[in-house]
Design a protein around this ligand. Structure first.
Ligand code: SF4
Length: 425
């Protein structure tokens, strides 16, 4: 059963009278367990939908529609499937020891449904037989899988879960069911780098088109989980991994016409090597995993320069984490030249997770406030939209309007796209 959270305006659901707060039980006699079932079964042209109204009275909706159209129902969020691993580098263990973080940051999810719907990486270690059946029945392809290592012992050491050693069998099983995979490796020094990484790359490449891509991301530690037996990569270790990745890319380009294997931006940053242009990433959309985000941002800004308005005399602060600052400074110079504005990049040290965490998306509201207090005489401050959730809350539970109220003289804008944001101010 799912409960309807809202109904989209002018949708089929609104037309037939489905109301927020009511429940859906079945579609064409199939039980609706969650949002994924709804998505799967609403795709038919003729639907018999059984549900209950707000007062609990049973109701049946008889619907005929274009199979390409959805009903327009937004269900209440599903209960997420929890993770059964105990990775020493887990982000939940890396949370600061304060009460103030957004509640969902304490949830260790490992949910294959979110993998299919939103590209979350999952480990497959918590799948039951009925989950496997559902993956095949509903053809949940592609899935995003944290492989980490094809060496069973190395993977077990990382996930601290006996079931994690079955990764090769799990990948065989997905392939047999025609489920394709975007794979990821979180690279941990002396655990799955060096020869283990080489073997992982070779084993996954040997699986052919079953593995669509492989992303390699350096382990990210905070001040709070840095003492759990995993350390960060050194610059030399990052460079060695990049060399290995380059070899794999060369072979893949020659063998199948795509580079297939991608280093995350953070690996280049930690290696102190220039982040490549967008053509490094082919057409893979792996940005949510930190793969290609910098080059996409660079292309966006440089490609849209002619859309920028004149902003002579304006004073603009671009707020970011310490790893991105150098790249943003270069783009800020281009924006300043194109608009006539004074543009300054503000590199913010993370006070919430500690200075080891350098990405803009993990800065708290207090971090932004502390940094922007020094820029009160500016007109406008742009910061990464990724630091907020859909309800405009920072990780430390500060609301965007609270930040704005603290700095009334400064216009504060979350931004996904610098040029688009500036075109609107
Ligand atoms: S798989 Fe590891 S890192 Fe991910 S939630 Fe589980 S314990 Fe944390």
């Amino acid at each position: 059963m799912i409960r309807v959270q809202s109904v989209r305006p002018d949708s089929i659901a609104e037309e037939v009278g489905i109301e927020p707060g009511s429940c859906l039980l079945t579609i064409n006699d199939h039980e609706i367990r969650d949002a994924l079932d709804l998505m799967f079964y609403e795709a038919d042209a003729k639907l018999i939908v059984e549900g209950t109204e707000l007062d609990g009275a049973p109701v049946i909706y008889d619907i005929e529609k274009d199979p390409n159209l959805v009903l327009g129902i937004v269900p209440e969020p599903d209960k997420v499937r929890r993770c059964t691993n105990a990775c020493p580098f887990c982000f939940v263990k890396g949370n600061p020891k304060v009460e103030k973080l957004r509640a969902n940051l304490y949830i260790k999810d490992d949910d294959y449904r979110l993998s299919f719907m939103f590209g979350h990486y999952v480990t497959l270690t918590n799948l039951r037989d009925d989950d496997w059946e559902r993956i095949f029945e509903q053809r949940l392809t592609p899935l995003f899988v944290s492989v980490h290592a094809t060496d069973p012992q190395a993977r077990r050491r990382m996930l601290v879960n006996p079931r994690s050693a079955n990764i090769n069998e799990d990948l065989d099983r997905l392939a047999a069911g025609n489920i394709r995979v975007h794979a990821q490796v979180v690279l941990c020094p002396e655990v799955n780098d060096g020869p283990i990484l080489r073997r992982t790359i070779d084993d996954l490449y040997a699986r052919g088109s079953d593995i669509i891509s492989l992303s390699i991301v350096p382990v990210g530690l905070t001040e709070f989980n840095a003492d759990r037996g995993i350390r960060g990569l050194t610059r030399q270790e990052c460079r060695a991994a990049l060399e290995m990745i380059d070899e794999a890319r060369e072979a893949a380009r020659a063998g199948r016409g795509t580079a297939w294997c991608y280093a995350a931006d953070e690996l280049f940053l930690q290696a102190d090597v220039a982040v490549p242009g967008a053509d490094y990433f082919d057409d893979q959309e792996l940005m949510a995993n930190g793969v290609g985000a910098i080059s996409i941002l660079r292309d966006q800004v440089q490609g849209d320069m002619d859309r920028l308005p004149r902003l002579d005399g304006r004073r603009i602060a671009l707020v970011t984490g310490t790893s991105m600052a150098r790249h943003l400074r270069e783009l800020g110079d281009d924006v300043a030249a194109a608009t006539g504005a004074l543009v300054e990049t503000v590199a913010v040290v993370n006070g919430l997770y500690g200075p080891m965490v350098t990405t803009a998306g993990l800065l708290g509201g207090e971090d932004h406030l502390r940094a922007l207090r020094r820029f009160r005489d500016f007109d406008l401050a742009l910061f990464s939209r990724s630091a907020l959730n859909d309800d405009d809350l920072f990780l430390d539970d500060m609301r965007l309007d609270e930040l704005q109220a603290e700095l009334p003289e400064l216009q504060i804008c979350p931004s996904e796209h610098i040029t688009e944001t500036l075109a609107k101010v």
